[in-house]
Structures are given as C-alpha cells and as structure tokens.
Design a binder for this molecule. Sequence first.
Ligand code: ZN
Ligand code: ZN
Length: 450
Amino acid sequence: MKTSYKNSVYNILINATTVQQASDVVLMNFERSANAAAQKSKRAAMGQVYYDKYAKGVENTTMATNTYKKGQKTKLSENFSSLEFDCHGSGCCSETIINPKLVEYVQKIRDHFGKSITITSGYRCPVHNKRIGGATGSRHSKGDAADIVVSGVTPKEVAKYAESIGIKGIGLYETNADGHFTHVDTRDVKSFWYGQNEAKRTTFGGSTPAPDLFPTSTPQPSINNNVLSIGDTGEDVRKLQEQLVKLGYNVGSKGPDGDFGSKTYAAVIDFQRKHNLKDDGIVGPLTENAIKEAIKNMEQNVVTPDVETFKIGEIAQLIPGATYIDGKSIPTWIINSKIYIRSEMQENNSVAFSISKTGPITGVTNISNLMKYIPGENIEIDSNFENYVIKVTADILNIRAGAGTNFKVIGQLRKFDLCTIITEKNNWGKLKNGTGWICLDYVQKIKKNG
Ligand SMILES: [Zn+2]
Ligand SMILES: [Zn+2]
C-alpha cells in the first residue's frame, strides 16, 4: 500500500465522527476504480460486517432518526408525510425510518421551487434494498436519503439548489439510462456524484454565496453579539458585574474584574431564577433588560446612610461602648435594652432616653451612640467589637434585612457613603443607623470607632 494512500485514509479515519461516515468518504475518494458491481458490493458487505460489529452502538445514539408505521400517514412537515418515505418493497418491512433533517431538506426544496415533489425512493428496508441490488449500508436503508423529482424542474436545477443550501450528499441522475431524479442525503462530509456510475463531481453550480441554512460545523461565536456567558472577559463583562453587585449579587472576591467566572455565572443564574427567566447563566437581551429594570426599581429606593435623627417616642438601641453625654460608661444591661427617645436632639447632638416608654429618663447620650431598633431582630452584640467606619466602594450597595443575599433588600448606599459598622457576621456588617446589613466586600474600612 502506498504511504500517501495510507496517510489519506488515516486522516479520514481520525477525522470521521462515525464509521459510516469514514466508510463513505473512503469509498467515494479512493475506491472509485472498483467499477465492477460485484467488487463494490463485496467491499460494502465487508464494511457492513465491521459497521454492525463496532459502530451500531455509536450510530444509534448519534443518528436522529424517527420511526413511523409503514402505510400510515403521519405528517412530518408542511407538505410531507411519512407515507411518502415508505419503503416500496412488499412484505419486507412494517416500519419506516426517517431522519428529520432529510424532511427539513426536502421541505426547503419544496418551498424554494413552490412545486410539488415526488419522492421516488425514500426509506429502503435492508430486505428490499437487497432485493433491488442496492448497496449494503445505503443511506436509503438508514432513512437518511431520498430520491426526488420536483414537478417541472430539471434534476440539475434541483441539485444546484440543494448544493446552495448546504446539502452535502447529492447525486444527479438526468439521462434516460440513469433516470431523472436528484438524490439528496444528510451526510456531513460533501459527496457529489453524477449518474449510475457515480462519477465524482465537485459542484453542481450551486456553490455561489450560499446561506448556510444547515450548518454542519459549530457556528463561530460572533464578537459583538451582545451575549455574555461564562469564560467571556472585558469591559462588557465588568459592566455586567457592576450591575449585579448593585443588585446585591456576589461576583467573586475581586468584585467587578471583567472576568465572567463561576461566581458571576452563579450570580446570573440566581438573578434569572428570581426574575422568572430561563436560568442558563447566559446574559442575552432578556436578562440584560431585566437587570436594567431591577436597577431602575432599586434606585428609587435609595436611602441616605447614617441619618442620625430620631423622633420622640421612637425605639432605639445603644451601640456597644456607648457613653453618657458626660463620658461615663453606660451599663451593659442598658446598652442591651430597647430604649425610647424622650427628647429632641440638642445642639450638642445629644438626646435623652429611657428604658421604658414613659417614666424617668435613663440618661442622655450623643446621637451617634444610637441605632434604630428593628423589631424581631435579635442582634448578638459583641461588647468587644470595635465599631469602625466604612466608605462604600461599589457604585450602589444594597442594604439587606439580614446578613446575606437571601435577605430582602431594604435600601441602598451610594459610592463614597460613610457608615459605621457595629457588628459583623459572615463578612456582612450591621449598620449603626439600624437600616440593615451590607456586604463588606464592597466597602473600604477607613477608621475605628465611628
Ligand atoms: Zn421494505
Ligand atoms: Zn438515492
């Protein structure tokens, strides 16, 4: 065996996705000289043995064929039914195998010419195929091929059009000896031939700028398709991450870094689920619009941070380490109690408070020692915790009712807002002004004891 021949066959074998495909390519490209019908069928039979032995399992999972009851009319597309693809043999089979891709092809041809199509041969069961001397392993026996005649259109024109829409298996028959029809099939590797002796052709003239209606290779992602998904990087991703952060999602410890990684992916899926979108982790137009809408809704709910104003009668809580206005320490039991605001804020920013709604004043303290009391919230105040002031580094930072993204968003802080954190839990900080909790990934600690 010549080395070049061996290498060529080897290349086909390693590139083929199925044994059947490899066999077809080898036969079409290298076995052309085997003109004698007996020789061809002997080779095909040998190939079938190997095919049956090794490839059936693979082929069964990759071949998208459907099975219909022979003689029964099942609609397959606008103009075709399963009946038209039935095997023409009698007493040979009871089922018709049809590849939906083949139906798609013939319907496309039907639509283009706007003329009726006769399928002169569709599915051929192995028994019938053998009876009529068809090649073993014929595409017709797998439901992948059809010989068609388009009313009032020459087989050549049909072949030309079939080529232009990307059909890879086309045989043109247009003489009295060969018959007048066009064979089309669903193979992935191009193979064009002419007549019963299957003379190889490179084109039927239909290769002019063909819209690839039936792409067989993975489409290349376009660069500016405005769809973002895992693995993407760049400015668009960074902007997306900023938006997700604004909405309270975690895009990773580095924050918006322009790298669509697993955290961003999880954040997108979380967002999609909460907004009844398909949770595919891909940011297309629907998700993008929903994110914009969510941000718009949220911005109408921005709160001013550390608004240290209380009205008389409001309930507050002292922050750990709070002192009376004269600097004396306030006992822990008072700090841990609910307290009631009993006076207007004075010029020195102090207010009087008591531990009961009415009755004697318990003390006077600076307003900065107070935080709003949230009913039902059981804050475990760590008296050893050193309060500190943070500056918000994200454009907008959500304030949530609890320490985590699973809690309701109750307000927002803006970039450069300053707030005092009075306790921490799982990298979340509780705001002294009592509005809630913020994620500490998006703040900068600026000083102690706010
Ligand atoms: Zn049959
Ligand atoms: Zn055919």
